[in-house]
Design a protein around this ligand. Structure first.
Ligand SMILES: Nc1nc2c(ncn2[C@@H]2O[C@H](COP(=O)(O)OP(=O)(O)OP(=O)(O)O)[C@@H](O)[C@H]2O)c(=O)[nH]1
Length: 632
């Protein structure tokens, strides 16, 4: 069944639908995979964020406790000093030795204190250890001094980060009031805590290479900052430059909080927690770098994304493979359809007949067989090939020859003479071969070669027979003579060859025309044929020359009497249509096969010579080629 254009385009549509389906499956699987990975990564990031927050909160809680303890010890030293130096100015001149002793004792008890001093009511630092001799250091302009002096209550004052005038270091100053007996302001006792003092505490914390720990005053001025990787250079002590996220969080939650921000100092994003170091006006902050804290998460994310990508690539590759294989299948189907179409056209041609046979029975035949033999297809299919053969004998002969050949494994090829439905003969060039995939079945191809065959016969005839008289020509004469000579050697009977030439033929041509001459030649030929036996041969070898072969003579007399009869029938008047009858005679030379004349050449030559003798002798007679032969 040939594939139609419609069924082909249907298959092309199916292929496009399959491609769309594959794309859709890939998109859906890709989307699901992407969503799964996204959800998994978001969840694990949230877990990491929660862990980061907990870690920074734990860090900052520890810091807060450490700083509180430090400053509490410093404040304790201030309180003790204040207590021991209470009203000391009211009892007369200052006992500097005692003051120095007290300050030294307290300082030695609290290692965090870088220096411990008192001032008078004007802010002049009383001379002591670390103060250059003959030099007056006045703190009256210091903000913490004014606050201690101006606040009536005996409260601890913590300064902003201050550059110390004596040690030249950045310090945090803790100060308390000294009073006279009447309660008036006598000066301050203050302790400088170097900002480096906090670094030791900060260093003990594990914040990674890019983490940061910071101490700020209530006004957010930087007191100390520590980053293990020393990111961003030396800390700008005293600077109040903070991230907007910290400022916003403090507004909402002044005591403690959590925020994520990118630090301007080193441009590193961190997850931070902060705590107020109550009762001190200080904030501690601990931050873990997002990049570090999320490095594991990032590695996990990279692995998950890579796995998902590989999975997607594998799916894509498999889809491409499946699609390509479907395309190949589609192309193969197209090719098969094309071949089926071509085969259909070939099978249904009008020229070459095709038959499929099984055990001599016609299983299938094409239109050309119908045309060639004239049998309708329904009269062929299901019947044996006997209907195509002339008779049972021809059918059996053909069957034996063909199937013996096919059984040997080689195809059969022959020109066969078969019969049409109307009984007329038909020559076919037939070729048959066993079908490999169908047991016992054979395929036959037939071409009508009747015309070729007839033309061939005509050509063969023209080569062997005289076109005017229909008698054998010189070539066939020689073949037959050789054949006779070959058979004669085993025969007892006599063989003779007679050479005959008409007498007076030329004048007939000249007088009555060539057509009349032709009539005379044909009449003479017919008469001679009528007077000879079936096994004898009469041939025309030239204009008015004939040769006769007598193959089965009982004796020379038998031959001579026949030739005499021939001379007689030739002499009879020959009627010519519309003209007066013509008359001719003949001169005949005959040679008999014997030891001396044993070949065709010698026989013909002898007969020829004898014929000339007959003609010289006046014609209309037979001369024998042997010496003793008599002229009849
Ligand atoms: N009509 C006709 N004439 C032919 C044909 N072939 C040859 N001839 C003629 O036959 C004649 C033969 O010549 P000759 O053998 O001399 O004829 P003839 O008159 O019988 O002479 P002799 O044989 O000597 O007796 C020639 O005139 C040829 O032209 C032919 O096929 N048809």
């Amino acid at each position: 069944m040939p594939a139609t254009g419609a069924s082909r385009s249907l298959k092309a549509r199916e292929l496009r639908r399959f491609a769309r389906w594959l794309v859709a499956v890939n998109l859906i699987v890709g989307a699901m995979l992407g969503l799964t990975v996204f959800h998994s990564l978001r969840t694990s990031r949230q877990i990491h964020e929660a862990r980061a927050r907990t870690a920074t909160e734990n860090l900052v809680e520890g810091l807060k406790a450490g700083i509180w303890a430090k400053l509490n010890r410093v404040d304790g030293a201030l309180l003790s000093t204040g207590f021991r130096l209470k009203h000391i100015g009211s009892r007369g001149p200052l006992d500097l030795a005692f003051v120095k002793q007290v300050l030294a004792e307290q300082k030695s008890l609290v290692p965090e204190i870088e220096s411990l001093w008192i001032t008078d009511a004007l802010g002049n630092v009383q001379p002591g250890a670390g103060v250059p001799p003959f030099q007056t250091v006045n703190l009256g302009d210091r903000e913490y001094f004014r606050r201690v002096r101006d606040e009536a209550a005996d409260a601890l004052v913590v300064s902003e980060p201050t550059h110390a005038r004596i040690s030249k270091k950045w310090v945090l100053v803790l100060a308390r009031r000294l009073s006279n007996l009447d309660g008036s302001f006598a000066g301050i006792v203050y302790a400088n805590v170097a900002v480096e003092e906090f670094h030791d505490l900060f260093k003990s914390l594990s914040v990674g290479r890019q983490g940061a720990v910071t101490l700020r005053t209530e006004s957010l001025r930087l007191v100390a900052r520590y980053t293990p990787g020393d990111n961003g250079g030396p800390p700008p002590v005293g600077s109040a430059n903070v991230s907007p996220e910290l400022a916003a969080s403090l507004k909402v939650s002044p005591a403690q909080g959590f925020f994520v921000s990118r630090t301007k100092l080193d441009n590193i994003e961190r997850t931070n927690s902060y705590r107020r170091v109550h009762p001190f006006p200080l904030y501690v902050l601990a931050g873990l770098a997002t990049a570090e804290f999320f490095s594991q998460w990032r590695a996990d994310a990279a692995v998950q994304v890579a796995l998902a990508s590989v999975l997607m690539l594998v799916l894509l590759g498999a889809s491409c493979g499946v699609y390509r294989s479907r395309v190949r299948q589609y192309r193969a189907q197209q090719e098969v359809s094309r071949l089926v179409d071509e085969q259909g056209l070939m099978l249904n041609n009008e020229l070459i007949g095709i038959l499929r046979l099984k055990a001599g029975q016609i299983m299938w035949a094409n239109k050309a067989i119908e045309t060639m033999f004239g049998h309708p297809l329904q009269d062929l299919v299901g019947y044996t090939t006997r209907v195509l053969c002339g008779d049972d004998e021809a059918y059996d002969r053909l069957g034996k020859a063909a199937y013996t050949h096919l059984a040997s494994g080689s195809p059969f090829r022959a020109q066969l003479l078969l019969r049409k439905k109307n009984g007329s003969p038909i020559w076919v060039d037939a070729s048959g071969a066993l079908m490999a995939d169908r047991a016992g079945e054979s395929l036959w191809v037939m071409l009508d070669v009747t015309q070729t065959r007839l033309q061939q016969q005509e050509i063969e005839r023209a080569a062997l027979y005289d076109s005017l008289t229909g008698l054998p020509n010189r070539r066939l004469l020689h073949e037959r003579l050789e054949l006779c000579l070959h058979g004669r050697r085993r025969s007892e009977h006599l063989l003779a060859v007679a050479f005959m030439d008409l007498d007076g033929f030329k004048p007939i041509n000249d007088t009555h025309g060539h057509e009349t001459g032709d009539v005379v030649l044909c009449t003479v030929a017919r008469r001679m044929q009528a007077g000879m036996r079936a096994g004898d041969t009469i041939a025309r070898i030239g204009g008015d020359e004939f040769v006769l072969i007598f193959a089965d003579l009982k004796g020379q007399e038998d031959c001579m009497s026949t030739l005499e009869r021939i001379l007689a029938v030739i002499r009879e008047p020959i009627p010519v249509l519309g003209k007066s009858p013509c008359a001719v005679s003949a001169s005949i030379g005959v040679a008999f096969l014997d030891e001396e004349h044993a070949t065709a050449c010698t026989l013909l030559a002898t007969a020829d010579v004898a014929m000339y003798r007959a003609k010289k002798a006046g014609g209309n007679q037979v001369c024998c080629g042997e010496a003793e032969a008599c002229v009849v």
